[in-house]
Design a protein around this ligand. Structure first.
Ligand code: HCA
Ligand code: CU
Length: 375
């Protein structure tokens, strides 16, 4: 299979995301999330294994039957029973997983690499008779010996999988390590490469991007990055990462939906949108210190690498604090229909700063001070 050129996003909110501490999506919510992700335009949606529970099987069938543009794949063990069920439920692809690191092989299934490859050959043999995309992932890739990885991946590549998966299951990999490993595996296989990275060391988006730079074609994300422990690369993070380089890289997504999508899933799992979330955080386009607000009011690009309007967001400039600069005060005055000269705006700013040293400030107090200086 020749590798795809463009990066495809595989959103796993309905699989990895369901493994987040407070997530429990009912059928209706699963459908709502799938439809929203489809409207956003992610290339793939990954669902929990149909073998996980009867409802998971019914929901896979339902969502696979909706005729969405996003391809519906399901995450399954490399077992004939599981992949058969996935095919019966209408999945368009199976994302198979097998633990390959010494740690997980011992603690999890106790099989040797030879046994893993024998089983994989049977399962892939069956899947080749079906019209589904086949992916084989080595769980805990970055604690698996490189020689073992090359052996596993080139074997399944030769068996005809469409894609192999590299998973930083425990969030231990560094960006450079991801780049090196993906590049070496890229040279050893001809199929597409998927990367799935956890965020334990806050490197999930950086690692995913390095994987892409080294030749990964498919990147796993979830809405807000929810998943096991503190999750994986977020959809918003990957979109921001690409858009900062070139907005055209995300032009095929409905990026104006992102904040609502994040807000919807946050509400479903009972958390606020994290302050650090790119694009959709209430503070993602908020400017505070005087030096920043001055420059941003002159030219937003001075402190904004993303255009809030391109994502349906608005810039906010804080005035109710003692770090305020006179430009921000003059701007706020303009919003109130008042023109303040530089001299007067500087005086008003000095007054706000002095007041802010002694008391808590809020917008109403600042507006009152501006009105005083307007006379
Ligand atoms: C897990 C599995 C997984 C799978 C990733 C993949 C991981 O829950 O441990 O199939 O590529 O992080 O390894 O999410
Ligand atoms: Cu994972």
């Amino acid at each position: 299979m020749p590798p795809s050129e463009r990066m495809a996003l595989i959103d796993s909110t309905l699989r990895e995301g369901e493994q987040f501490a407070t997530a429990r999506f009912d059928s209706g919510q699963r459908r709502t999330i799938a439809e929203a992700l489809d409207a956003f335009g992610v290339e793939y949606i990954e669902l929990t294994s149909p073998a996980a529970s009867p409802q998971s099987a019914r929901d896979l069938e339902l969502i696979a039957g909706l005729g969405l543009r996003s391809r519906i794949v399901t995450h399954v063990r490399c077992h004939l029973d599981d992949v058969r069920l996935a095919v019966e439920c209408g999945a368009q692809g199976v994302n198979m997983l097998y633990a390959t690191s010494a740690q997980l092989r011992q603690a999890s299934h106790g099989r040797s690499l030879d046994q893993i490859l024998e089983e994989a050959a049977v399962v892939i043999g069956y899947l080749k008779t079906q019209k589904v995309e086949i992916r084989f992932s080595a769980e805990d890739t970055f604690r698996t010996d490189l020689a073992d990885l090359i052996r596993i991946y080139s074997s399944v590549d030769a068996l005809g999988v469409h894609r192999i998966g590299l998973a930083d299951t425990v969030g231990i990999a560094t960006p450079r390590q991801v780049y090196d490993t993906v590049a070496k595996i890229r040279a050893a296989v001809s199929c597409d490469i998927e990367f799935h990275g956890h965020n334990d060391a806050d490197c999930a988006v950086a690692n995913a991007f390095c994987a892409h730079e080294a030749g990964a074609t498919h990147i796993d994300v979830t809405v807000l990055g929810i998943g096991e422990r503190n999750g994986i690369a977020s959809l918003g993070g990957m979109v921001a990462r690409m858009a900062t380089l070139d907005q055209a890289l995300v032009a095929h997504y409905n990026v104006a939906m992102l904040a609502d999508l994040d807000g919807m899933v946050a509400e479903m799992v009972g958390i606020p949108i994290p302050f650090s979330a790119p694009i959709s955080s209430p503070y993602a386009f908020h400017h505070k210190a005087g030096m920043h607000t001055n420059a941003v009011l002159n030219d937003p690009r001075s402190y904004e690498v993303l255009d809030p309007a391109a994502f349906g967001r608005a810039r906010t400039v804080a005035v109710a604090h003692r770090l305020v600069g006179w430009h921000a005060v003059a701007e706020r005055a303009r919003e109130l229909g008042i023109h303040l000269s530089e001299t007067i705006a500087r005086r008003a700013a000095a007054r706000i700063k002095a007041f802010g040293d002694e008391h808590e400030l809020d917008g109403a107090i600042v507006d009152d001070i501006i009105y005083e200086y307007a006379e």
